[in-house]
Ligand binder design. Structure first.
Ligand code: TIU
Length: 222
């Protein structure tokens, strides 16, 4: 059977679903719901809702195709030994990482706010990867998971476009993965940063990778 081809910019991208992972970045209550980390940083968290339905469609399509699905969560150990002081000391002192909020301690593993939103909740067998930084490769076993499954292509969804999605795509690109941002499955607190972030990926012949969307992914899988 010929490989499916993903309509993408700057070029169409043939991909083997068995060697492609859907990576859903940080679709956590802390970023998408009021009272979490995103809101403590001064953001309007409702802007991220736009990515939920497209992500859900991509997730269901990837599951139906038997593709590897990996969910990530940004956050820190309850003892915060993995939280760099330079990261923690930013923001309003009573609403920093580790402080108590309406969804538990902000950006701390095991707290309600750290969990993935209900609409995109992982199912049995889907790896959930906890990461202390913005990139999903930094201080995680992501690269080992991808190697064990022979993955060469990453379809990246999640939030926020210019922060954790971008950092992960840059990290993946340097490690030799074909990285694709699914544009409507990503969102930012800054619509302008979302647009320019995607432009930066596909500029210069695809300097960091490709940009596609959920409709193109579903169409490619047929
Ligand atoms: N603040 C912001 O835009 N993002 C983050 O802090 N983390 C992620 O993008 N996940």
């Amino acid at each position: 059977m010929p490989m499916p081809v993903l309509a993408a910019e700057p070029t169409p991208l043939p991909f083997d679903p068995a060697r492609t992972a859907l990576v859903i970045i940080d679709m956590q209550r802390d970023f998408l719901e009021p009272g979490g980390f995103g809101e403590t940083l001064g953001n309007d968290v409702s802007l991220l809702q736009a990515a939920v339905e497209p992500c859900r469609n991509a997730l269901e399509a990837a599951r139906a195709a038997g593709m590897l699905v990996i969910h990530t969560r940004e956050g820190h150990r309850p003892d915060m030994a993995d939280a760099p002081p330079a990261k923690v000391e930013r923001g309003e002192p009573t609403a920093r990482i580790g402080c108590a909020g309406p969804m538990g301690r902000i950006l701390i593993r095991g707290e309600p706010g750290h969990d993935i939103i209900a609409a995109l909740y992982p199912t049995e067998g889907e790896p959930v990867l906890d990461k202390p930084g913005k990139g999903a490769f930094y201080q995680t076993d992501l690269e080992l998971m991808l190697k064990n499954r022979g993955i060469d292509t990453l379809l990246v969804c999640g939030v926020t476009t210019e922060v954790c999605v971008h950092t992960t795509i840059r990290e993946g690109n340097d490690r030799g993965y074909r990285c694709v941002a699914l544009s409507d499955c990503c969102a930012s607190y800054f619509p302008e940063f979302h647009r320019v972030g995607l432009d930066m990926i596909k500029a210069q012949g695809g300097i960091f990778g490709w940009v596609s969307d959920s409709a193109a992914f579903l169409a490619a899988l047929g």
